[in-house]
Design a protein around this ligand. Structure first.
Ligand code: CDP
Length: 229
């Protein structure tokens, strides 16, 4: 069967990674979380003291960019993909609300995007991948054979993120999360370099009312249609 690239883009906290991971597992593709890479760069900035009073020291980050190595490894028990920043697994740290509050400013910097997009294209060279993010179908792989654009209301998305953070053992405030979801949407939609937008040939999926199983079934159908064409 022909191998394709599947690009899943959309608003923050839509459950893109849950669906992308499940699809990849089901069809034997590799899964890549491009947002995790932006999150890792934001975490690096926080660890290095590059962010003071919410302002990024852009020149220090630019100079350090070649020192930032982001890779993925598989969890020995669950097989889930874990993000590795300069040799250290940072999967939990990059999901914190503090990182969520910085990441979209870091992701708006052109030199950060250029560096990460190069790495993302490398990951897709052999095809057979599912990648989720904001600009995968528009900028990273405009030639992707299957493109999905996911959306749901901000409240539904904030509730999902809240549940995820609680499951990770933290005690977040729902209103802080909702404010963050709304702010990141705004920053992602209005930035100059590859803003969030639906590719013309992407299929729109509003998953606000869908179960995880229903969503996976829908995705598998779209995948089948695409490879059987
Ligand atoms: O999981 P969630 O959808 O909330 O976010 P994410 O996929 O982990 O991405 C975190 C942030 O990175 C987003 O809010 C974007 O600002 C940025 N991002 C991006 O600019 N381009 C991508 N391809 C992926 C993420």
């Amino acid at each position: 069967m022909k191998k394709i690239i599947i690009a899943i883009d959309g608003y923050s906290s839509c459950g893109k990674s849950t669906m992308a991971k499940a699809l990849a597992r089901k069809i034997g593709y590799l899964y890549f979380d491009s947002g995790a890479m932006y999150r890792a760069v934001a975490l690096y900035c926080m660890q290095q003291g590059f962010i003071v009073d919410g302002n990024i020291d852009v020149e220090r980050l630019r100079a350090a960019m070649s020192e930032i190595k982001i890779t993925f490894t598989a969890d020995g028990v669950t097989g889930n993909s874990l993000t590795v920043l300069n040799g250290v697994v940072v999967e939990n740290e990059i999901r914190s609300l503090e990182v969520s509050q910085q990441v979209s400013r870091v992701a708006a910097l052109d030199f950060v995007r250029a560096a990460l997009i190069d790495q993302q294209r490398e990951m897709g060279k052999a095809k057979g991948i599912v990648m989720d993010g904001r600009d995968i179908g528009t900028t990273v792989f405009p030639e992707a054979e299957l493109k999905i654009f996911v959306t749901a209301s901000a409240e539904v998305r904030a509730r999902r993120r809240y549940d995820e953070l609680v499951a990770r053992g933290t005690t977040p405030d729902y209103n802080d999360i909702l404010a963050n979801v709304v702010e990141r949407d705004h920053l992602d939609l209005t930035r100059e370099v590859s803003p969030l937008r639906q590719a013309e040939d992407a299929i729109l999926l509003d998953n606000g009312e869908m179960t995880i199983e229903g969503q996976l079934e829908w995705l598998c159908e779209e995948y089948k249609k695409c490879v059987e064409e």
